[in-house]
Ligand binder design. Structure first.
Ligand code: NAD
Length: 330
């Protein structure tokens, strides 16, 4: 039977949520036909232009609104079968400057959605989270069994949301699945995160800031691979399970900077060494054995290729990012 799944995607105008929507609707109709509604508040990070490629698709609808609005959320959730919850305040530096919006959106917003999901008998709720909930580790990799030990206010709110989501599974039997991914990169990422920040500044002939000694290590995941993993979890994952999603490319920030400088035709004379971020986690590393063995996930994008494509996208799409920089300067 060719049933239609109605999917509510929160935060679908942001970097990863919009990539998920464009990918889902860009895949030809098959046994898993979908209709997608994006619910997004359009904060500074939400950009309607990210959804231009699907705007005229008859399977797509956009609603501007807040995940903390119980009335709106209740109405939308009652009209959908599944929830993909991407909406969040997502930038660590902003959470250090002020954590209130992070608690409101990431924690209260998630609880508002979970309550509505329970009330209206949603089939599946996928909570999109981050490896930052685990804290920081010097060696080895975290499995999903690792307890959460978040350090930044951002990570603390994401860990809280994960625990709430899992509690709705354990307490109420709601089909909740949690994904915890590493650092994403790719097109359409707001130019405050390190990859697009460095690329846009370098393409403009400017300088880039490197935190501390640059030895902090992150695993880099192309957004294509992330949304492929998230889709496996939506369609084949287990209720109540947590799945790590990684890219398999661990780099120190110095190594990442080397890649970015080379890709933009610049050298180290363009790098400013700046004071370290407060409480900066040294290293993140996720073990992706569970999603690989259970759901067949494997990151497909080789980092050098993915980064070259990403830099090319920013080079060719100044009309997308220049207005964002001008807006950020005001
Ligand atoms: N970017 C990464 O590298 C990364 C890594 C791990 C996990 N994540 C997680 O993935 C998800 C998506 O991240 P992203 O990088 O696309 O973030 P983003 O900041 O680019 O987008 C977030 C989106 O959520 C929307 N939003 C914010 N508050 C809202 C509210 N109260 N109501 C409705 N919409 C609201 C924004 O307008 C924006 O469109 C987040 O949950 C984030 O924690 C991201």
């Amino acid at each position: 039977m060719n049933t239609v799944r109605r999917i509510l995607v929160t935060g679908g105008a942001g970097f990863i949520g919009s990539h998920y929507v464009r990918t889902l609707l860009g895949t030809p109709d098959g046994p898993g036909r979908v209709e997608v509604t994006v619910l997004d508040k359009l904060t500074y990070a939400g950009n309607p232009a990210n959804l231009d490629p699907v705007r005229d698709d008859r399977r797509f609808a956009f609603v501007r609104g807040d995940v903390r609005d119980p009335e709106l959320v209740g109405k939308l959730v009652s009209e959908h079968d599944e929830i993909m919850h991407f909406a969040a305040e997502s930038h660590v530096d902003r959470s250090i400057a002020g954590a209130a919006d992070f608690v409101l959106t990431n924690v209260v917003g998630t609880q508002t959605l979970l309550d509505a999901a329970l009330r209206h008998g949603v089939r599946t709720f996928v909570q999109i989270s981050t490896d930052e909930v685990y804290g920081s580790l010097d060696s080895g990799s975290w499995t999903e069994e690792e307890p959460v030990r978040p350090n930044s206010p951002y990570a603390a709110t994401k860990a809280s949301a994960d625990l709430l989501a899992l509690s709705y599974h354990r307490t109420h039997g709601l089909d909740v699945r949690v994904t915890r991914c590493s650092n994403n990169y790719g097109p359409y990422q707001f130019p405050e995160k390190v990859v697009p920040l460095f690329v846009t500044r370098l393409l403009d002939g400017g300088r880039v800031p490197l935190y501390g000694d640059g030895s902090h290590v992150r695993d880099w995941l192309h957004v294509d691979d992330h949304v492929a993993g998230v889709e496996l979890v939506r369609t084949k994952g287990r209720p109540g399970a947590v799945y790590n999603i990684g890219g398999g490319t661990e780099l120190s920030n110095r190594q990442l900077t080397d890649f970015l400088l080379a890709a933009c035709g610049a050298d180290w004379s363009r790098v400013d060494h700046v004071a370290d971020r407060k409480g900066h986690d040294r290293r993140y590393s996720v073990d992706c054995g569970l999603i690989r063995d259970e759901l067949g996930y494997r990151p497909a994008k080789d980092f050098a290729t993915g980064l070259a494509e990403t830099v090319a996208w920013y080079r060719e799409n100044r009309a997308w990012w220049e207005p964002l920089l001008r807006r950020a300067e005001r």
